[in-house]
Design a protein around this ligand. Sequence first.
Ligand SMILES: [Fe+2]
Length: 287
Amino acid sequence: MSTARIEPIKPHMGGIVHVAKEHLLEDQTIAAVREALEDRGVLVFPRMNLTDAEQLSFTDKLGKRVNYNRKAPGRGDDEDVYAITLDKKVNTQPEYVLGTFFWHIDGVTIDQPLPKATLLTARKLSPTGGQTEFASMYAAYENLPETEKQALEGVKVVHRMEASMRPVFDQIPEEDLARWRAMSAVMTHPLVWTHNSGRKSLLVGSHADSVVGRPIPHGRSLLVRLLEWAGQPAFSYRHEWQEGDLVIWDNCGCMHRVVPYDENSGRRMHRTTIMGEERVAGSARHG
Ligand SMILES: [Fe+2]
């Protein structure tokens, strides 16, 4: 009998994990969480109130931890904990966090396997906004009509960091463009990702810039339509945070975004990341 019970939230998406904090690191719990992660996409541990050290222990039990944002402003007590906030005292480069207002998958424009999973603990909430939304890219693919699945087979998409930053700016400053180009890679990925498991998911998001071999407006309209399709309520879940909640999501099978919130609210989330195990087939170009 497992010490963790997972209660589904919606048919395609989400699970609430009922487990006492003292059982969190047990092998049975870890096995149940790993198994449920891909199936449910996002797992909510209500009011776990983990410290950074406890969050890191849990992260380490689930996989190999990594911090992709070590160079970005925002730190927890440990260098592998990234503090996500718009508080100007902590974060002097808010554009990365403002970019999370738009649907995305973490790490798509880094030339390495996509982060497997992300863990977020709510430390301080905003009185308005700040909910995080997740959309299942497995459900989005699996529920497409057969004719559309066939039409998307073999389609390739170019992902760029500057595409994900475009919605944040009226006009992108040249020095920012140069910095992003130096720190990211232009990645060409299949639109339909066939995972090692054999399951297929859509790979789109704000970083998806164009479709290989198609005129820009034709390609972008396809990407926007698929984004709208994937974000529909049947395939997505909006988490209304309570302070101390822990949420984990399968970054390879979900996209996510945050509902805009007041930058003076002091909202602060502590993030840890589990390294990816699987590379999306594709090619990279740096700069
Ligand atoms: Fe993100």
